[in-house]
Design a binder for this molecule. Structure first.
Ligand code: AMP
Ligand code: MG
Length: 536
C-alpha cells in the first residue's frame, strides 16, 4: 500500500514547515497512478513512497538535521525511521517524482525522470532557508521504466558518506540527512555479468535547496514544450537565484542566470580537481542547476595520481568521465543546456557569453587552486610550469595524490643534508617506479622549495595555508568499502567513524592515522575499491 494512503501524524517531528513551491507552482501530471509512462506537459508526477518491511535508522548527519531544525530526540524517535524509510508521511509533505531527460555517455536518452528518487517536499526552516527532502530508493515511480525504484545498502552508504565528506571538504554538494535500512532485499547484478544476487536495501534522505538538473530543461526543449521551458527557467530563477530577480528584463535575467550556472559549474569542477574526486557518471541528468555535486553512484577518489582514471567500469572503454576530462565534460554538458535554452532567446549571444564565462572562470580558478595546493603565493607562468611538472612526476612515480600534497605542506624551510625526497614519506605505491623517478622528484622538490622560500612566506603560515586546501582525509574507495562490508555483516560502527573522521578532513586527528593511509595493495583491483558500476 503506498505510504500516501496511510498518513500518520507524528508528534516528534511535527514542527517541519513545508511550502512545496515546486509542485504548487509548476504543472503536474494529472495521472496519479504509478504506471510507467511518458509524461508530457508537466514537470512532475505524484509518487508516494512504497512502505518497507522494517525501517531502521543506521546513521544520520546531525548537521543536516540541524538545518531542518530537527533535534537529536526527533531523530532518535521511532517515527523518524518510519518517515525517512518511506512508511509514513508528515503533514505538509507532498511526495512527487520529477520529470527530466538527459544525455547519457554523450547520447540523448529521452525521458529519464526520478525513477527511484521521491521528493517529500520543501521545508522552510526557522532561518528562512529552503531545503528539499528527497528519498532515494523509496520504490517505483512513473519514471522507473523497467527497474524497481530501490537502492542497495552499499550504494546508499556510499552516497550518505560522500555527500557529507564533500560538504566538509568545502565542495558544493547535496547533503544527506539519514540512512535507513529497509529490512527488504534488493536483487542486483553488480557487474552486469549475469550474477544477480539479493542485497540488503536502504534509503538515503538527501537534502538540497533544489534537485533540478540540466536534464529537466533539456527534456522540455527536446519535446518543443517551450512555454513550459520558460516557466521552469523563470521558476528556477525566482526560487533559487533570487539575487537575479532584480533584473527586470526577462531575457537579461535568463542570460545572467545561465552565466551563473556556468560559473558555479566551473567552481564545482575546480573543487573536484582539488580534492581528487571523480564523479564517474557526468550525464546531463546528473548535473545540478545549482552547481552542486549530485547523484553519487560509481564515483571514486584518486589514490595514485592518474588523470586517465575512472572508477566506473561501465565507462572503462571510452573513459569519458575520467578525472582529467571532467572540465571538458562539464563544458560539453553546459553546451547541451545552452542548446535547450536557445528557444527562449532571440539572440543567442548571452548563451555564448555563459559558455565563455565557464571557460574564463575555470581558466582563472584552476591555476589559482593549484597554486594554493602547492603553497605558491601566485599562479604565474613559473608556478604553473612547476605544477605541470609535478603532475607528470606524480603519474610517472605512481604517487598518492592526497598524501603527496599533505607531505609537501610539512616540508620545512631548512633542507636536510639527505635531500627533500625522504621528507615525502611513503607516498609511492611501487618501489620500482619510485626508484625510476626519485632523482627527478628530488630535483623538482628543490625547485619547488627554492620558489616557496623566495616568496618569503614563513613555514608555519605556508603549512597552514596548504593544509587548508589539501585534505588529510578523503573518503578513499577502500575505506567506504570496508564500512560497507562491516555494515552488511551487521556492524555499522565504521560508517559512524568515517562520518566523524570526514567531518574535519583538514585537521590532523590524533589516533586516526589509519584513515589517511595509501590504498592497501589488496584494494588495487577489488570490486568496490577500484571498480564500480552503475548498478546500485
Ligand atoms: P543514474 O545512472 O543513477 O543517474 O540513473 C539514471 C536514470 O535511471 C534515472 O532516471 C534514475 O532514476 C533511473 N534509475 C536508476 N536506478 C534505478 C532503479 N533501481 N529503479 C528505478 N529507476 C532507476
Ligand atoms: Mg541520476
Amino acid at each position: 500500500m503506498p505510504a500516501a494512503t496511510v498518513p500518520t501524524y507524528l508528534t516528534s517531528v511535527h514542527n517541519l514547515r513545508f511550502d512545496n513551491r515546486f509542485v504548487t507552482t509548476l504543472p503536474g501530471d494529472p495521472d496519479r497512478s504509478n504506471r510507467r509512462r511518458q509524461v508530457l506537459g508537466a514537470t512532475w508526477s505524484t509518487a508516494a513512497p512504497t512502505p518497507v518491511a522494517d525501517p531502521r535508522l543506521l546513521a544520520h548527519a546531525p548537521e543536516v538535521a540541524a538545518l531542518l531544525d530537527l533535534t537529536d530526540t526527533d531523530v532518535q524517535a521511532p517515527d523518524f525511521a518510519r518517515v525517512f524509510g518511506g512508511n509514513a508521511l508528515l503533514p505538509g509533505m507532498a511526495p512527487y517524482a520529477a520529470c527530466y531527460g538527459g544525455h547519457q555517455f554523450g547520447n540523448w536518452a529521452g525521458q529519464l525522470g526520478d525513477g527511484r528518487a521521491i521528493s517529500l517536499g520543501e521545508v522552510v526552516n526557522a532561518a528562512g532557508q529552503r531545503w528539499e527532502l528527497q528519498l532515494k530508493g523509496a520504490g517505483p515511480t512513473p519514471y522507473s521504466r523497467t527497474a524497481d525504484g530501490r537502492a542497495v545498502l552499499r550504494s546508499s552508504i556510499r552516497e550518505f558518506l560522500c555527500s557529507e565528506a564533500m560538504h566538509h571538504l568545502g565542495v558544493p554538494t547535496t547533503r544527506a540527512l539519514s540512512l535507513v535500512t529497509t529490512g527488504d532485499d534488493v536483487v542486483r547484478d553488480m557487474f552486469y555479468n549475469g550474477n544477480a544476487a539479493p542485497e540488503p536495501g536502504a534509503i538515503v534522505c538527501r537534502v538540497a535547496p533544489s534537485f533540478i538538473r540540466f536534464g529537466n530543461f533539456e527534456l522540455l526543449a527536446a519535446r518543443g514544450e517551450h512555454a513550459l521551458l520558460a516557466q521552469l527557467v523563470d521558476f528556477t530563477i525566482a526560487r533559487d537565484f533570487p539575487q537575479l530577480a532584480r533584473l527586470a528584463d526577462a531575457t537579461a535575467r535568463r542570460g545572467a542566470w545561465f552565466a551563473e550556472v556556468c560559473e558555479r559549474t566551473a567552481q564545482m569542477i575546480v573543487h573536484w580537481m582539488r580534492v581528487g574526486f571523480v564523479h564517474g557518471v557526468m550525464n546531463t541528468d546528473n548535473m545540478s542547476i545549482l552547481g552542486l555535486t549530485i547523484d553519487y553512484g560509481p564515483y571514486g577518489w584518486l589514490d595514485n595520481f592518474d588523470p586517465q582514471w575512472t572508477p566506473n567500469t561501465t565507462d572503462a572503454h571510452g573513459r569519458r568521465y575520467r578525472y582529467g576530462q571532467q572540465p571538458a565534460v562539464a563544458q560539453w554538458n553546459l553546451l547541451r543546456l545552452a542548446e535547450s535554452l536557445a528557444p527562449l532567446f532571440d539572440d543567442e549571444q548571452p548563451l555564448h557569453d555563459g559558455i565563455e564565462r565557464f571557460a574564463a572562470v575555470y581558466a582563472a580558478d584552476y591555476p589559482a587552486m593549484n597554486a594554493a595546493k602547492f603553497g605558491f603565493l601566485h599562479a604565474g607562468e613559473a608556478e604553473q610550469t612547476l605544477a605541470r611538472e609535478a603532475f607528470a612526476l606524480l603519474f610517472d612515480g605512481e604517487v598518492d595524490f592526497t598524501r603527496f600534497f599533505r607531505a609537501l605542506g610539512e616540508i620545512p624551510d631548512e633542507r636536510p643534508p639527505e635531500g627533500l625526497l625522504p621528507l615525502l614519506g611513503d607516498v609511492f605505491y611501487d618501489d620500482a617506479r619510485r626508484a625510476a623517478t626519485a632523482e627527478a622528484m628530488e630535483q623538482w622538490l628543490r625547485r619547488w622549495h627554492a620558489t616557496v622560500l623566495a616568496q618569503g612566506r614563513p613555514f608555519a603560515a605556508r603549512r597552514a595555508a596548504m593544509h587548508a586546501v589539501n585534505p588529510r582525509y578523503v573518503l578513499r574507495n577502500y575505506l567506504a568499502q570496508q564500512a560497507i562490508d562491516a555494515a552488511t555483516g551487521g556492524d555499522p560502527s565504521l560508517v559512524h567513524t568515517l562520518l566523524d573522521v570526514m567531518r574535519r578532513p583538514y585537521d590532523d586527528q590524533p589516533g586516526r592515522d589509519a584513515f589517511a593511509l595509501r590504498r592497501p595493495e589488496w584494494a588495487r583491483v577489488k570490486a568496490g575499491c577500484s571498480m564500480l558500476s552503475c548498478s546500485s
